[in-house]
Design a protein around this ligand. Structure first.
Ligand SMILES: CC(C)(COP(=O)(O)OP(=O)(O)OC[C@H]1O[C@@H](n2cnc3c(N)ncnc32)[C@H](O)[C@@H]1OP(=O)(O)O)[C@@H](O)C(=O)NCCC(=O)NCCS
Length: 226
C-alpha cells in the first residue's frame, strides 16, 4: 500500500513539474486538440485526458525515447516501455521516432518496432503492427510519411515506406512501398492512387479539381464515422 502511495505521489509530482513548463502545456493542448479532431466521440478534454490509452502511451514514449538516446539508460527505457504496454495495451519500442499530432484510436494491441519512423499527423487504429521481417540489427521497420491513416488490424512489415497523405485499409498486409496520395488495401496490399475529385465533388466553381480525395482526409476520413 505504501508503495502505491509513493508511485501516486511521484506521478502527481512529475505531472505538476511538467505542467509548470509552457512547452509541455502547449504539447498537451495540441494532443487534446488532436483527439478532438480525430475522434468525433471526444467532446470533453477531461474525459480525453484520462480515458485515451493511446495518448497515454504516446506521452510515455516521448520520455522513454529521450532516455533511449542515452546509452546508459537503454535498459530502464526498455523495461519501462514494457510497463507502459501492460498499462495501455500499446507497445512502442523506445527507439521508434514519432512526429507530432500522432494519435492511436482504441489503442489496444498496437506494436511499433524499434526502427520505425513516423511523420506528423499520423493516425493508427487498434491492432496495427509496424513490424520487422529481419533479425538483423539494422533498419527493419516501416517509415510512415505525414498525414497517413492506418486502419484497424493493418500490418506494415519490413523497411517499407508509406508515402505522405496515404491510407492503409483495415486488415491490410503491406510488404511493399505505398506511394504518396494512395490507398493500400487487401492481403498482400494492392496500392491504388486516390481518385481525383471533380470540381463539383470538390465543392464549387473555385475548387481545384485535381485535389486528392484525401488532401484533407482528417476531416473526411471515412473511418471517422465509425
Ligand atoms: C482504405 C480506406 C481508408 C478507404 O480508402 P479509399 O481510397 O477511400 O477506398 P474506397 O472506399 O473508395 O474503396 C476503394 C476500393 O477498396 C476497397 N476497400 C476499401 N477498404 C478496404 C479494406 N479495408 N480491405 C479491402 N478492401 C477495401 C473497396 O471495397 C473498394 O473496392 P472496389 O474499387 O473494388 O469497389 C478505408 O476503407 C479503411 O479501411 N479505413 C480504415 C477504417 C478503420 O480501420 N476504422 C476503424 C474504426 S474503429
Amino acid at each position: 500500500m505504501k508503495a502505491l502511495w509513493t508511485v501516486a505521489a511521484a506521478a502527481i509530482g512529475a505531472a505538476a513539474y511538467g505542467l509548470s513548463r509552457p512547452g509541455v502545456r502547449a504539447t498537451l493542448r495540441e494532443d487534446l486538440d488532436t483527439v478532438r479532431r480525430r475522434d468525433p466521440a471526444a467532446t470533453n478534454d477531461f474525459v480525453s485526458l484520462v480515458s485515451y490509452p493511446g495518448m497515454h502511451a504516446i506521452w510515455a514514449h516521448r520520455g522513454l525515447h529521450r532516455l533511449w538516446g542515452n546509452d546508459t539508460a537503454k535498459v530502464p527505457a526498455r523495461l519501462m516501455s514494457q510497463a507502459v504496454r501492460t498499462l495501455t495495451g500499446v507497445e512502442i519500442h523506445p527507439g521508434a521516432q514519432i512526429g507530432r499530432r500522432f494519435f492511436i484510436d482504441h489503442a489496444n494491441g498496437v506494436v511499433i518496432g524499434e526502427t520505425s519512423e513516423i511523420g506528423d499527423d499520423v493516425m493508427l487504429y487498434h491492432q496495427v503492427t509496424l513490424g520487422g521481417t529481419s533479425m538483423e540489427q539494422a533498419k527493419r521497420h516501416p517509415t510512415i510519411g505525414n498525414h497517413v491513416l492506418v486502419g484497424a488490424g493493418a500490418k506494415i512489415l519490413g523497411p517499407v515506406v508509406v508515402g505522405d497523405n496515404s491510407s492503409v485499409g483495415a486488415n491490410a498486409v503491406v510488404v511493399k512501398d505505398v506511394a504518396s496520395d494512395s490507398s493500400a488495401v487487401g492481403i498482400p496490399a494492392k496500392v491504388r492512387p486516390y481518385k481525383k475529385l471533380t470540381s463539383a465533388e470538390a465543392g464549387g466553381p473555385n475548387a481545384d479539381d485535381t485535389r486528392s480525395k484525401y488532401a484533407d482526409f482528417e476531416l473526411i476520413d471515412p473511418a471517422i464515422w465509425i
